[in-house]
Design a protein around this ligand. Structure first.
Ligand code: COA
Ligand code: AMP
Length: 632
């Protein structure tokens, strides 16, 4: 069957479609039906089932006789090392770790925060939680102590699992002091921490609170898998919204298993025994779904890569990894390819390696620009598949499902809606628009299995953020259009979320930090177009009346403040002092117009602008920062 038949088959009988997909999962108690609509518009999937994620990702492959197959390859050009862990070893390691957590009181439903770099132990920590039915929340290592503290106070974890350090090129990231500072700042105090000491740094442990990873496992019974209900939260993953408070996206267990397993064969064309590599980080949704869970659920081999696309040691690293480990399907962010393309325009590094194992390259996380796609097509000579999804959905809303059928690629489009997603483009009144017309992209409810059922402890915020604006739909926060062939084009966000190097960030969160600077009276942060990272944040600061502070000093302090409060990942390096911000008469800052000026695009003078002259001042200030940039 081709894509069209499968998509229309799902539309005609969604219940049958998902019950059939559920057949690939090992249930403790099989679900009696797929959709549970009793609490609509809050929907659940496979609620009455009982299941364990770790069993499906690890133990069942050992039971099926594939214990000697490699489950995880750790490839770290930063430490010049590579190692392999088989499914049988993984089972023992995860059961041992889960045993240690259990012995310290972690049980089903408890939250555990994981703050780890790209080492296999990060996946083992996630799987150990899953084994016990504990709910993990992984926090990206590039976030500062304050962001970690915010997540501790929201998730109220019983434990924190962390590594002693992370390794960025040329810099050791001292994780443990960040964990200590976060616990100090947070109101909620976890019972204990479990610390994985890396060779590169031994962290100081606080007696009675901090425990060593290995010592905690000594003499402890390995833990068995605990069956949980289908709607039991597998994890919480915080993501940026419009305000400074991150949203805790909840992932329910059974739908997650069924949907991710379905995607491996149908979207990525990957089966048990194949090698799959997502070059992302466990702190992001791509890392959750496609470094950890989906490849393991499908019985494939996953790669944990600790390095960068360039500089570790050069722009050939990705191709070296593909050759060394015979990667079949590779997934990365367009920004990583742009970094490689910048260093290796002619693809000379690609020629040095045998990348014939690679069948396709998948891109997501941000808009894939045509130049990057064309470069990749020319030099890699494999299908380059853009696909579109979000932390909230956990898997692709739109893709080119090469495991079913390779559809023609249209550059600039992540192709077509996946089964489960009835994607519509709506006007402001919530009415579907004609093909080719720009509008808000929404998905008709219910969302499919594997997507978020709600936000952690914030049902009202869930309704307000996603459901209320267009009743009957999930509002994606993206704007775009669909063409006559049903191909989607994702053009922009409709909120204040920006995308920097494939990382989702909130300008609102940065504004909150800037506003806390004692000399700043008012501020705005916008995302301007950037050739490498897609977007970069730029801050505009209005100082307190009569302030005599040197502008350059305030800017420097503000840049440091954002790095200290949010983290280096915010990449907040550019700010300027202005007298006033452009606003509407009702006081709304005209961020969209500022972005257009920065990007050198034409803009219409907003009819409601309070004082048009301020836009000239903004133009001069942006000119001082080098914007609009020369895009030649
Ligand atoms: N822990 C601590 N710090 C981290 C970090 C981590 N896990 N990840 C990134 N950082 C830091 C970086 O060291 C950098 O710090 P600096 O300001 O001191 O240089 C800062 O955060 C910004 O990092 P990054 O966005 O990675 O930019 P970069 O300039 O170091 O590298 C790219 C540019 C394009 C090579 C890089 O962004 C990249 O590999 N992008 C791919 C992103 C990706 O895979 N995203 C996944 C989404 S699917
Ligand atoms: P995240 O939740 O971090 O995965 O970010 C999700 C957001 O990234 C989406 O809402 C889009 O704005 C953007 N995004 C992700 N993938 C794509 C894509 N393939 N094309 C365009 N935008 C994308």
């Amino acid at each position: 069957m081709g894509y069209s038949e499968i998509y229309s088959g799902w539309k005609a009988d969604p219940e049958g479609f998902w019950m059939q997909a559920a057949g690939a999962i090992d249930w403790v108690k099989a679900p009696s039906k797929a959709l549970f609509a009793e609490k609509a518009p809050l929907y659940e999937w496979f609620t009455d089932a009982e299941v364990n994620t770790c069993w499906n990702a690890v133990d069942r492959h050992v039971a099926a006789g594939r214990g000697n197959q490699v489950a995880i390859i750790h490839d770290s050009p930063i430490t010049h090392s590579a190692r392999e862990i088989t499914y049988a070893e993984l089972k023992d390691r995860v059961a041992g770790l889960a045993g240690a957590l259990k012995a310290k009181g972690v049980a089903k439903g408890d939250r555990v925060i994981i703050y780890m770099p790209m080492v296999p132990e990060a996946l083992e920590a996630m799987l150990a939680c899953a084994r016990l039915g504990a709910i993990h929340s992984v926090v990206f290592g590039g976030f500062a102590a304050h962001e970690l503290a915010v997540r501790i106070d929201d998730a109220k974890p019983k434990a924190i699992i962390a590594a002693s350090c992370g390794l960025e090129p040329g810099r050791v990231v001292h994780y443990k002091p960040l964990v200590d500072a976060a616990i100090e700042q947070a109101k909620h105090k976890p019972d204990f921490t479990l610390i994985f000491q890396r060779e590169q740094e031994t962290a100081k442990l606080v007696p009675g609170r901090d425990f060593d990873w290995h010592e905690a496992q000594a003499g402890v019974e390995p833990a068995d898998c605990v069956a949980v209900e289908g709607n039991h939260p597998a994890y919480i993953l915080y993501t940026s919204g419009t305000t400074g408070a991150p949203k805790g996206v909840v992932r329910a267990t059974a739908g997650h298993l069924v949907a991710l397993n379905w995607t491996m064969k149908n979207i990525y064309n990957v089966e048990a025994g194949d090698v799959f590599w997502a070059a992302s980080d466990v702190g992001w949704v791509v890392g959750h779904s496609y470094i950890c869970y989906a490849p393991l659920i499908a019985g494939a081999t996953t790669i944990v890569f600790e390095g960068k696309p360039v500089g570790t040691p050069d722009a050939g690293t990705f191709w070296r990894v593909i050759e060394d480990h015979k990667v079949k399907s590779f997934f990365t962010a367009p920004t990583a390819l742009r970094a490689i393309k910048r260093d290796d325009r002619e693809g000379e590094f690609i020629k040095k390696y045998d990348i014939s194992s690679m069948q396709a390259l998948f891109l997501a996380g941000e808009r894939a620009d045509p130049d990057t796609i064309t470069w990749a097509q020319t030099h890699l000579k494999v299908p380059v598949i853009d696909h579109w999804w979000q932390t909230e959905t956990g898997w692709a809303i739109a893709a080119n499902p090469i495991g079913i059928e390779e559809l023609p690629v249209k550059i600039g489009s992540p192709s077509v809606a996946m089964p489960g997603y009835d994607v519509q483009v709506l006007d402001e009144g919530g009415h579907p628009v004609k093909p080719g017309t720009l509008g808000a992209i929404a998905v008709k409810l219910p969302l499919p299995p594997g997507t978020l059922p709600t936000l952690w402890n914030a049902e009202e915020r869930f309704r307000k953020s996603y459901l209320n604006h267009f009743p009957g739909y999930y509002e994606t926060g993206d704007a775009g259009y669909v063409d006559e062939d049903g191909y989607l084009y994702i053009m922009a966000r409709t909120d204040d979320v920006i995308n920097v190097a494939g990382h989702r960030l909130s300008t609102g969160a940065m504004e909150e930090v800037l506003a806390s600077h004692p000399d700043v009276a008012e501020c705005a942060v916008i995302g301007v177009a950037d050739q490498l990272k897609g977007q970069m944040p730029v801050g505009f600061l209005c100082l307190n009346k009569g302030s005599k502070r040197d502008h350059a000093d305030v800017v420097k302090e503000c840049v440091k403040l954002v790095r200290d409060q949010i983290g280096p990942v915010a990449a907040f390096k550019l700010a300027t002092v202005v007298d006033r911000l452009p606003k509407t008469r009702s006081g709304k800052i005209l961020r969209g117009t500022m972005v257009k000026i920065a990007d050198g695009e034409d803009y219409k003078m907003p009819a409601t602008i309070d004082d048009p002259a301020i836009l000239d001042e903004i133009t001069v200030a942006l000119g001082g920062l080098g914007y609009p940039a020369d895009r030649g």
